[in-house]
Design a protein around this ligand. Structure first.
Ligand SMILES: Nc1ncnc2c1ncn2[C@@H]1O[C@H](COP(=O)(O)OP(=O)(O)OP(=O)(O)O)[C@@H](O)[C@H]1O
Ligand SMILES: [Mg+2]
Length: 176
């Protein structure tokens, strides 16, 4: 993977192949803390679930992670006092209303790490401070992944991730 842009406001990474997107997820998991919310935006097949598989791996979760097909979310305990909540809003008919009725706004303000696919559909339920991640398809195997913080905590996490990536690319002399 390659860091394309890094400013105080945004980190942009190019991944080539799904394994690199998983690797980015694992590195992201290292800087996440209980209570963090990661909101993912990206088309069908962009790689949202692949990124979450990496986050799960980085949190030490060994259970296979797939998109929640008929439920709103899957919960994976980490064994460290918090869980990874994998939310997929794709199948909600009225995402904001249904999400609210299901207590999603409360869940997103709890102590678990929540990662949301199709997050743009429940934007009003997101806490003010969350990490916003957009996955853009460049071609069949490459994805542009743009990470931004919307508040002080999430901005700090993006900064920490950027530092991790720089550190790795220094020691690997070139590509991360
Ligand atoms: N660089 C890449 N990163 C991630 N996935 C990639 C990459 N290159 C190719 N792919 C392929 O893109 C697909 C991504 O699938 P994934 O289920 O993660 O997408 P998704 O965004 O979760 O889709 P959905 O909206 O259907 O849930 C996989 O088939 C994967 O092999
Ligand atoms: Mg998915």
């Amino acid at each position: 993977m390659k860091v394309m842009v890094h400013t105080p406001d945004v980190l942009e990474v190019l991944t080539e192949g799904e394994e690199e997107t998983r690797d980015l997820g694992s590195l992201l998991a290292r800087v996440l803390r209980p209570g963090d919310v990661v909101a993912l935006q990206g088309n069908l097949g962009a790689g949202k679930t692949r990124l979450i598989q990496g986050i799960a791996r980085g949190l030490g979760i060994t259970r296979p992670v797939t998109s929640p097909t008929f439920v709103l979310m899957n919960v994976y305990p980490t064994g460290k006092g918090f869980s990874l909540c994998h939310v997929d809003t794709y199948r909600l008919g009225s995402p904001v209303e249904e999400g609210y009725d299901l207590g999603l706004d409360q869940l997103l303000r709890g102590e678990d790490i929540c990662v949301i696919e199709w997050a743009e559909r429940i934007r009003p339920l997101l806490p003010a401070d969350h990490m916003w991640v957009e996955i853009q398809e460049v071609d069949e195997h490459r994805r542009r992944i743009i990470l931004q913080g919307t508040g002080p905590q999430s901005r700090a996490r993006v900064g920490e991730l950027a530092k991790t990536l720089e550190h790795i690319s220094d020691s690997a002399a070139g590509d991360v």
